[in-house]
Write a protein that binds this ligand. Structure first.
Ligand SMILES: Cc1cc2nc3c(=O)[nH]c(=O)nc-3n(C[C@H](O)[C@H](O)[C@H](O)COP(=O)(O)OP(=O)(O)OC[C@H]3O[C@@H](n4cnc5c(N)ncnc54)[C@H](O)[C@@H]3O)c2cc1C
Length: 222
């Protein structure tokens, strides 16, 4: 296991561009560029994790995603060779980049932002934070939104319509606040979460004819 953390938490400013280490917290990055009056990363406030993880997943929220701001990314391959990839080469799409499933380790990224009004940037971030806090079960452990958004449908309302809000497999529970989240009520195991995912997928398929695909990454044996 490789943990990209300190000393990969640096941040350098150069005009509208920032260069940041892959270990920097995405929320911290979002806050610090905002303080400089740079716009473009407001959407990232409140997305847990590091810049590196956000690039791998093309993390996004509220109509923004990493692909909108990335210029290039410095990586290291399995043989220890370092090189730079342009944003286009990363083939970003919804919660996906070619970094997924590759042996590349993200070391740092350069992002292009736009100068903005400090008050307006802060207001957008406050709005996103309020929305997140009121609609997501942030008081309980979860892996975030479980399923990818299928075209033309919303996951939460479909699960809610099935009456599955609050439904449990042992201590894994469909969040009572946002049905697109599975929360751990204490001692849930991966097996419980996977069983709950399967029940949701089967019922959604049967009622709505929609295949729900997990957005979370499942690691190890099922
Ligand atoms: C409450 C909650 C809310 C969330 N809300 C959102 C949201 O609004 N939008 C959204 O997009 N996501 C959301 N997520 C999911 C998650 O926060 C993002 O996917 C985030 O970008 C993951 O970053 P991470 O650093 O934790 O990466 P991890 O989850 O640890 O890793 C993700 C993948 O990237 C790889 N990886 C991580 N760092 C590197 C690196 N430096 N180099 C190479 N590979 C690397 C890992 O091996 C893994 O395959 C949410 C999660 C939670 C728990």
């Amino acid at each position: 296991m490789i943990k990209i953390d300190h000393p990969f938490g640096y941040l350098e400013f150069s005009g509208n561009q920032v260069k940041a280490g892959a270990g920097l917290s995405l929320s911290e990055l979002s806050r610090r560029v905002a303080e400089r009056g740079l716009s473009g990363l407001e959407f990232a406030i409140g997305i847990p994790g590091s810049l590196g993880g956000a690039l791998v997943m093309n993390a996004g929220a509220y109509d923004g995603e990493m692909k909108d701001v990335v210029t290039y990314v410095r990586v290291m391959d399995g043989k220890g060779r370092c090189f730079t990839l342009l944003a286009d080469q990363l083939e970003f799409s919804y919660r996906h980049s070619i970094l997924q499933g590759s042996d590349l380790i993200v070391l740092e990224a350069t992002l292009e932002l736009t100068p903005g009004n400090l008050g307006e940037i802060q207001a957008r971030m406050d709005d996103f934070t309020r929305r997140r806090e009121s609609r997501q079960p942030l008081n309980l452990p979860s892996a975030g939104s479980v399923f990818r958004r299928p075209t033309g449908h919303f996951v939460g309302p479909m699960i809610e319509e099935l009456g599955l809000k609050g439904f449990r497999v042992n201590q894994a529970q469909v969040s009572e606040l946002h049905a697109g989240f599975i929360v751990n009520r204490g001692q849930a195991t991966a097996k419980d979460v996977l069983a709950l995912i399967k029940i949701i997928q089967e019922q959604v398929k049967e009622r709505f004819g929609v295949e729900l695909v997990p957005e979370i990454t499942i690691i190890g044996e099922e």
